[in-house]
Design a protein around this ligand. Structure first.
Ligand code: ADP
Ligand code: MG
Length: 415
């Protein structure tokens, strides 16, 4: 089925043409009719399979054709997501789908001045995309009301229903009309969260694509055993071997992101950093430079593991394994998006074997290993610029020392 045959407005169809989509992906094919009918949906489909448009297309159509006019009455659709970058990205998709309609979509996130956001809300917003923090700030100050919201979407739903966010979601639910449509989307979900999701809706229809393997079929993923102290040499080597590729490197903590970036800088490799400790402006700038290809190496924590859609990322490196098994799927899902293919390699030290087992248990299979022979391993260490820099420094020190000895001798001679 082509998008042109869907029972959606011509304006939305033009928006889809603008996005360059010809036919729906599986998850779009399955969810769009249900969402148009007003049903509750739990859509589980692999990373990069177009879940955003799976809800954006029917929701823009519904708002556009809604009989309730006058958007001063307040927001109709509320989309909640875990990170600011994701909110902005989804806003971009909605704006493209709704380009030829009068539907107003807006993303409200923290980390930036709230006054322009209040202005926008006052002018009228139909579809609001938010991270919970700033939204509650605006609600408590009386700038935002949710009493007209007839559709709630939780993207990265398992994350949104996770402990950290669950209280916020309950708070939101209390403010929404009882009669509403609820949509959940994610690439991963466990049975506990699934139950929780079902408890929040009337009759969720479960729409699941490729439930057996949560990893996108477009991603080839492997592990290699590498000692913790040697990881930087292997990253350096991998970057040199993939010089022209866009690469995303995931690490476990903010401090490690800074350290890995500094280690790369020492060997002449420039990188961008995104983590939760950075100013929002810096995070946005880093993502922009990465997207535009100004710098092709992004070092990030799990804050960028979910949802981020940067076309052209060809390689994901798990410099550290994630603490939470499902984040493995999300991290490596930053490559192989849409019709593209991608590779992912995880550096696993001895201390990380348990994490690896947990991930393999979550996936229900072993991740193939790229074995590195002793000789190859040593070559990577020897090839490192850091080593040659160290050697060079050592050489200089040695020469200076000798010079010193010589001049001391000379001085003695002179005496
Ligand atoms: P997900 O949320 O499932 O991880 P996204 O919604 O971010 O995936 O979409 C992944 C990529 O696929 C995006 O770059 C998007 O433009 C592209 N895409 C989505 N739907 C289609 C389609 N029907 N045809 C071609 N490309 C698509
Ligand atoms: Mg997504």
């Amino acid at each position: 089925m082509k998008f042109s045959n869907y029972p959606i407005t011509d304006e939305v169809k033009r928006g889809i043409i603008g996005l360059g989509f010809k036919k729906p992906t599986d998850i779009q094919f399955k969810s769009i009719p249900s969402i148009l009918k007003g049903e509750d949906v739990l859509g589980i489909a692999q990373t990069g399979t177009g879940k955003t448009a799976a809800f954006a297309i029917p929701l823009v159509h519904k708002v556009q054709t809604s009989s309730i006019k006058g958007r001063k009455d307040g927001v109709r659709c509320l989309i909640m997501v875990p990170t600011r970058e994701l909110a902005q990205q989804i806003q971009g998709v909605f704006n493209k789908v709704g380009k030829y309609t009068t539907v107003k979509t807006y993303a409200i996130t923290g980390g930036v001045d709230q006054d322009p956001q209040i202005d926008k809300l006052n002018k009228g917003v139909d579809i609001l995309i938010t991270t919970p923090g700033r939204m509650f700030d605006l609600i408590s100050q009386g700038y935002l009301s949710l009493h007209r919201v007839n559709t709630l979407v939780l993207d990265e739903a398992d994350r949104m229903l996770d402990l950290g966010f669950y209280k916020d979601i309950r708070d939101v639910l209390k403010r929404l009309p009882k009669k509403r449509q609820t949509l959940f989307f994610s690439a991963t979900i466990n049975s506990k969260i699934k139950k929780l999701a079902y408890s929040l809706v009337n009759n969720a229809i479960r729409i699941q694509i490729s439930p057996k393997d949560p990893v996108s079929k477009n991603v080839n993923h492997f592990v290699s055993s590498i000692d913790m102290d040697d990881k930087r040499f292997f990253l350096e080597n991998l970057i040199h071997k993939n010089e022209d590729k866009k690469i995303m490197v995931f690490v476990r903590t903010q401090v490690r992101a800074e350290r890995v970036s500094a280690a790369m800088e020492r060997v002449g490799i420039v990188s961008l950093i995104i983590h939760g400790g950075k100013e929002q402006k810096e995070r946005n700038q880093a993502l922009k430079k990465f997207k535009e290809g100004e710098i092709n190496l992004l070092i990030a924590t799990d804050v960028s593991a979910r949802g981020v859609d940067v076309p052209g990322v060809e390689l994901v490196v798990n410099y550290d394994l994630p603490d939470v098994a499902e984040n493995y799927v999300h991290r490596i899902g930053r490559t192989g998006r849409g019709n593209q293919k991608g590779d992912a390699l995880s550096f696993v030290s001895k201390g990380e074997m348990e994490l690896l087992l947990a991930i393999e248990q979550f996936l229900g299979k072993k991740i193939p290993e790229v074995e590195i022979s002793k000789k190859e391993y040593q070559t990577v260490l020897d090839l490192s610029n850091e080593k040659s820099l160290d050697d060079l420094l050592g050489q200089i020190e040695f020469e200076l020392e000798n010079e010193g000895k010589k001049s001391r001798k000379n001085r003695k001679k002179k005496k």
